[in-house]
Design a protein around this ligand. Structure first.
Ligand code: G6P
Length: 370
């Protein structure tokens, strides 16, 4: 097992550090920047059907569901197809309105999650076309779907999903850009600049791993005894906040909640005092000014702000108690980069609390029963 961990203390840390490579593996053979194309056989073979869909419904559970939420932002922005994201466990039991004009995208790392599987079967019975995004090759979900793309992130052992999540975001980015390019909603110049930006993501992920590792570790030390955490983000990084909170809950057993930053005033603000750490994901693009005022509101109530910002940020950084920097990228890809420091922060808080990070209590890697 020590050999499999490749010198890392836990599989989770190894998998966090594998991300520059796993994201590259997800893109390999698909993102051909020099030729200016995205090659995805699964999408290409069914392009008509998918691009003519009246609606895309994304179904998933857990971390994969968070990837689905970001998928909604991506597909709606670039392909302009309406998207809904549902928990597989809710979808399967509520007699959903779904039919032959709909496309379902099912996301699952393991490809074995019982609820996701049941939701797929139901969607197929009702005539929908089901596209799978799985990590495990030849898994049950990969076999039952009509078409799909593997994430190729490699085996993920840590129960808390890390590299599978960023691989799912990479695939969803590729799909959204490809659909948009072919249905005419994404002009060629924008497409070209976005694919160049996506191509640079593995390098930026490497950069943020190096620059934020020690920083996240030091911050973690100071929050070992926290009992609650709030995670806030807007737009593309609202789901990043949900995923950041989930990571912390899963492995450190600290209660954490993710929220869209603007919704703070409708509830969570009541919880803010000097004992509440709040992680804010605030890249330069995407309503930065609004985030600035959210941070002001938090500081006025003495909340402790851990800000994840772009390199060189001044405004949010100057108000924050702790700052984690990340390289700048297009807003639509920023959740991939922002995921890294959030994973590291959760990891080290859990390690300092003496928790079993690779196998947290009560959780399973793959939930094959209801
Ligand atoms: C479990 C795992 C999570 C995962 C979820 C969905 O809860 O612990 O990490 O996100 O199942 O799994 P899937 O394999 O369908 O992505």
């Amino acid at each position: 097992e020590q050999i499999e961990k490749g010198g890392y203390e836990h599989f989770m840390l190894k998998e966090i550090f594998e991300q520059p490579k796993s994201i590259l593996d997800t893109m390999r053979g698909r993102l051909l920047v020099n030729e200016g194309i995205i090659k995805m056989a699964g999408i290409w073979d069914h392009l008509e059907r998918i691009n003519k869909a009246e609606r895309i419904v994304i179904i998933a559970c857990g971390t994969s569901w968070h990837a689905g939420l970001i998928g909604e932002y991506l597909i709606e922005e670039f392909a302009r197809i309406p998207v809904e994201v549902e928990y597989a466990s809710e979808f399967r039991y509520r007699n959903p309105i779904i039919g032959p004009k709909d496309v379902v995208i099912a996301i699952s790392q393991s490809g074995e999650t019982a609820d996701t599987m049941a939701a797929i079967k139901l969607a197929k019975e009702k005539g929908a076309f089901v596209y799978g995004i799985c990590n495990v090759v030849d898994s049950s979900i990969a076999r039952v779907t009509d078409a799909g793309s593997y994430t190729h992130a490699g085996p993920e052992i840590g129960v808390a999903s890390t590299k599978a999540f960023t691989a799912q975001l990479t695939i969803l980015s590729l799909i959204a850009l490809k659909l948009g390019k072919h249905n005419g909603n994404l002009g060629n110049a924008e497409f070209m600049s976005l694919i160049a930006e996506l191509d640079a993501i593995p390098t930026k992920v490497e950069e943020v791993l190096q620059s934020s590792h020690e920083v996240a570790k030091n911050i973690a030390k100071q929050y070992v005894d926290a009992t609650n955490f709030l995670y806030l983000g807007r737009g593309y990084n609202f789901p990043s906040a949900l995923e950041g909170a989930l990571k912390l809950k899963e492995i450190s057993y600290i209660h954490a909640e993710g929220y869209p930053a603007a919704e703070m005033k409708h509830g969570p603000i009541a919880l803010i005092d000097e004992n509440m750490p709040i992680v804010i994901i605030a890249p330069k693009q995407g309503h930065y000014d609004k985030i600035v005022s959210n941070v002001q509101e938090i500081k006025a109530r003495k909340g402790q702000v851990i800000a994840v910002v772009n390199k060189g940020d001044v405004q949010v950084a100057s108000m924050a108690d702790h700052v984690i920097e990340m390289p700048e990228t297009s807003e639509c890809f920023s959740p991939i980069v922002a995921a890294i420091p959030l994973q590291l922060l959760s990891y080290y808080i859990a390690v300092y609390r003496g928790a079993n990070v690779d196998q947290p209590r009560n959780l399973a890697k793959s939930v094959t029963v209801e």
